[in-house]
Design a protein around this ligand. Structure first.
Ligand code: GDP
Length: 206
């Protein structure tokens, strides 16, 4: 069976508004985070081979939910609330920060964070904040530079190398990686599966 089959089995499980409502902290989960409009929903849909699993282009400022997708009894993908809308209140921003920082530090079944950044606008302040929290608690991070189809090959490679160098200069050794990704073209899907398989302890042969 091809390795992507597990991901294609993803099913919506539940949405939660608070960390106290998370499912039992057992097995393996990988979370997806990114600024609003970074292409998070499109990436989740591409990776799971489903057109409408994660909803694209949500309304800003709406109730922010953590969405769980089950892969099998032991494994889950988690869609974290998008962040970075200038319009939301200080209160909502503060609550988002507290929730994310706490989730990253206490969730034992969380094996890694996929951080999505538009290849044309990488490493914004909120992205750096999230990276810093991950590095503080030793959480592995894999960055998808999304919408890679929007740049030509040369400029996309330049951004990839710049971001990789910057992450290598700041991350604890071996915790952080980066790749180009396009949900539109499918570029980088196989590379992303390799990371997900490692974190979720999926053997390539099942
Ligand atoms: P989210 O807010 O992070 O979940 O972002 P969405 O997945 O809703 O995508 C935001 C916008 O970017 C939508 O208009 C998508 O169609 C577009 N988009 C997402 N991924 C790609 C991609 O790989 N290539 C291109 N060209 N557009 C993309």
């Amino acid at each position: 069976m091809p390795t992507d089959s597990l991901y294609h089995r993803a099913r919506f499980a539940l949405s939660v508004a608070k960390l106290s409502q998370l499912p039992p902290d057992e097995g393996f989960e990988v979370a997806f985070a990114g600024r609003s409009n970074a292409g998070k929903s499109s990436a989740i849909n591409k990776i799971t081979g489903q057109n409408a699993l994660a909803r694209t282009s949500k309304t800003p400022g709406r109730t922010q939910l953590i969405n769980y997708f089950t892969l099998d009894e032991q494994r889950r993908l988690v869609d974290l609330p998008g962040y970075g809308y200038a319009k939301v209140s200080i209160d909502i921003k503060r609550r988002w920060q507290e929730t994310m920082e706490r989730y990253l530090s206490v969730r034992r079944s969380l094996k890694g964070l996929i951080l999505l950044m538009d290849v044309r606008h990488p490493l914004k302040e909120v992205d750096r904040q999230l990276l810093t929290w991950c590095w503080q608690v030793g959480m592995p991070v894999h960055v998808l530079l999304t919408k890679a189809d929007k740049l030509n090959r040369g400029p996309a490679q330049t951004v990839l190398l710049q971001v990789r160098r910057e992450l290598e200069d700041n991350a604890p050794p071996g915790t952080t990686s980066v790749q180009l990704f396009s949900a539109l073209k499918g570029t980088g899907t196989e590379e992303a599966y390799v990371v997900l398989n490692r974190w979720l302890e999926v053997s390539p042969s099942i």
